[in-house]
Design a protein around this ligand. Structure first.
Ligand code: R5P
Length: 281
């Protein structure tokens, strides 16, 4: 077995290969003069783990090309960040189910799929291959444990994130709570704390995605105004649209941490062990 990856997922793929005790196959990406992507891959074995986060249109095209180049091998597809998963239904008449379109294209011909904290597990059915979603509560709890916080509260920024916050909190024996989130626009949200006394305490917000940063920035400002001592922001996928990191840093967040599903300067914990474990089951 070998592991091969798109350009944006090389670091995580190498960690997965390390956890599996196998080597990486080379994948050299370049562009034709008109800007189209091209690829030359190295030698494969009979089984291949193809790793590619769908972070943008380029990474999606690279992943489709890589899957095609590996079609003679038995492919396990790992999509650490499954972009387009948030459009998991047509919210208005005339819209696509983007998650279905992307998963359907990626899943063709692969023997199985592994995702990480996919926005909704219902998306998995669209791959058309056996698919499993892994979650990173253990890696996040270990990271929080290393922060040296006193009596932290683990917060989901909305009711939907409470189960995630509880799962993380239970591993460290911490308290879990959720905030009330009202989305005002694509970039603006209002946050309220209903059942939480934040005064003098360390608050750790956990979410699946940081995109514009609007959700966690609004939450952090509210928590600081409510007397929280320190506020940390942890998400699985750091998409960081535009000035998201600046927005978060100026909203009173002490430290921002994400996993390596999307590699960046704020990747502090890895999805590799959870993915490798799913691949060996
Ligand atoms: C929403 O359901 C997600 O869990 C995230 O809270 C959301 O995608 C974060 O987006 P943003 O960073 O743009 O507020």
């Amino acid at each position: 077995m070998k592991v091969v990856a798109t350009e944006r997922s090389q670091v995580l793929a190498a960690r997965i290969a390390g956890a599996l005790g196998v080597v990486m196959a080379e994948a050299r990406f370049s562009r034709f003069p008109d800007g189209e992507h091209s690829l030359q891959r190295g030698a494969l074995d009979g089984k291949t783990v193809v790793v590619g986060s769908v972070v943008d249109a380029d990474s999606l095209v690279q992943l489709l090309l890589l899957l095609d180049a590996c079609r003679e091998s038995e492919v396990s597809l790992v999509v650490p960040y499954m972009g387009y998963a948030r459009q998991d239904r047509a919210f208005r008449e005339g819209e696509p189910v983007s998650a279905r379109a992307v998963a359907g294209a990626l899943g063709r011909g692969v023997s199985r799929v592994v995702t990480v904290h996919v926005h909704k597990e219902t998306v998995l059915q669209h791959f058309g291959a056996p698919a499993r979603n892994v979650t990173l509560e253990a890696a996040i709890a270990e990271y929080i444990g290393g922060l040296g916080l006193t009596r932290p509260a683990i917060l989901g920024p909305d009711h939907g994130a409470l189960a995630f916050a509880r799962a993380v909190a239970s591993l460290g024996g911490w308290e879990a709570e959720h905030l009330e989130k009202t989305r005002i626009s694509g970039t603006e949200v209002r946050m309220e704390a209903k059942n939480l006394d934040a005064r003098g305490r360390d608050m750790v917000m956990v979410d699946d995605i940081i995109s514009t940063g609007g959700t966690l920035a609004a939450a952090a400002k509210m928590l600081r105004a409510s007397g929280a001592r320190r506020v940390h922001a942890i998400a699985v996928h750091g998409v960081y649209v535009g000035g998201a990191l600046d927005l978060l840093r100026t909203s009173g967040i002490r430290e921002i941490a994400c996993s390596d599903t999307i590699e960046s300067g704020s990747s502090r914990f890895s999805a590799a062990a959870a993915i490798a474990s799913a691949l060996t089951r």
